[in-house]
Write a protein that binds this ligand. Structure first.
Ligand code: ZN
Ligand code: ZN
Length: 385
């Protein structure tokens, strides 16, 4: 698209952010960098939303809608194994999900949008949020008012997708990514001697029954036309030293994925029912704690059409596609915004050979910074011109 900016500046910026990864809610240096760039470009900047989030506002002073574009800024507790000049300088931390690239892309768009502001009406809000990786940073920013004053009418954002051709843009209306519910279960029995189980209430046997029964939740209770996963991700009880001891408690964690709120509620109830019946038969008590609840990501069909049509105006039609399958059960906290405001979360291919997200060999594909920038411009052109 017709803009006068130097993309290489934003590639270098991406590399700078990549070198200095910051984990969830610790993104202070990245946030400062983002805020400075936005201020220099002429945005009205708010800092400290959702602890370390930054917002840039462009107000054209002409009546019109307020649209928001969102990037995440946090890195992951993974030790980078790439041999690249801009490799992470911090052991055990790296940008393995491409949030460095999402941030550089939105800053690149920020410059291009500012250049074109005279042709727009309404307002543009650029949201740089913390803690997408299991910290519900989107929720924290919403709680701090990011969708208010001015009230956001529509919101858009993207995630890069390894395994898809670089620059291929796609979106799905309706359920597009999984909901993520993390549950902790504590089964409490009565400890005792391993040789006298009749005098104890064994929480390990109860846990084993529960683990078997809960597999039927997806297989037998969920419609085969819906998507869900219940994974028992950890189990801890007793110790190797206490080989002749029945422990008094067993703790499990569950990662539960769902394609909608209905599926989430059905599977959570089925999980607790399986637990309850195992505990009754084994004379144990339980605690059932939901630790984290990221809703399924549900794109507004109208906003998805707006996005796809806007992209098709500026890209080869073969590079843009509205898909009808759910591309992943992975979760994304952009879903919190979509519970409040109509919008669309789309994907841009990171390359067929790209290592997958959260892999120590993953790296964001710099060539898609320009693609993402043009996606944001297409949306502003179509909604604010
Ligand atoms: Zn991630
Ligand atoms: Zn991510």
């Amino acid at each position: 698209m017709n803009t006068h900016l130097d993309i290489s500046k934003y590639i270098e910026l991406r590399h700078e952010i990549h070198k200095h990864p910051e984990l969830k809610y610790e993104e202070t240096n990245t946030a400062q960098l983002v805020a400075k760039i936005l201020k220099d470009l002429g945005y009205v900047v708010s800092e400290g939303l959702g602890k370390t989030g930054v917002v840039g506002l462009l107000d054209t002073q002409r009546p019109g809608p307020c649209i928001a574009f969102r990037s995440d800024m946090d890195a992951l507790p993974i030790h980078e194994q790439n041999c690249i000049p801009y490799k992470s300088t911090i052991d055990g931390k790296m940008h393995a999900c491409g949030h460095d690239g999402h941030t550089a892309s939105l800053l690149c768009a920020a410059e291009a949008l500012m250049q074109r502001k005279d042709q727009y009406k309404g307002k543009i809000k650029l949201i740089f949020q913390p803690a997408e990786e299991g910290g519900a940073g989107a929720k924290a920013m919403i709680d701090d008012g990011v969708l208010e004053s001015p009230k956001v009418d529509m919101i858009f954002g993207f995630h890069n997708r390894p395994g898809f051709e670089q620059g291929y843009i796609f979106a799905k209306p309706g359920s597009a990514m999984g909901g993520d519910t993390s549950i902790e279960i504590i089964i409490t029995g009565k400890g005792g001697h391993a040789a006298m189980p009749h005098l104890a209430c064994d929480p390990i046997v109860v846990a084993a029954q529960f683990i078997n029964h809960v597999q039927a939740a997806v297989a037998r209770q969920l419609s085969p036309l819906r998507s869900g996963v219940v994974t028992v991700s950890s189990i801890q009880a007793g110790s190797r030293k206490g080989i002749n001891v029945i422990p008094d408690a067993c703790t499990l964690t569950i990662s539960l994925r769902s394609d909608s709120l209905n599926t989430r509620n059905l599977l959570v109830a089925a999980t607790e029912n399986a637990l309850k019946s195992a505990c009754i038969s084994g004379a144990c008590d339980y605690a059932f704690n939901v630790l984290l609840d990221i809703p399924a990501l549900v794109n507004d069909p109208k906003a998805t059409d707006i996005a796809i049509n806007a992209f098709k105006k500026n890209f080869d039609h073969g590079k843009v596609e509205k898909i009808d399958y759910m591309p992943t059960m992975g979760a994304e906290d952009f879903s919190f915004y979509l519970e409040e405001v109509c919008g669309c979360y789309f994907f841009i291919g990171n390359g067929l050979d790209s290592a997958y997200l959260h892999n120590p060999h993953y790296d964001f594909n710099d060539s898609i910074i320009s693609v993402a920038k043009d996606c944001y411009l297409s949306l502003a052109d179509s909604l604010l011109s």
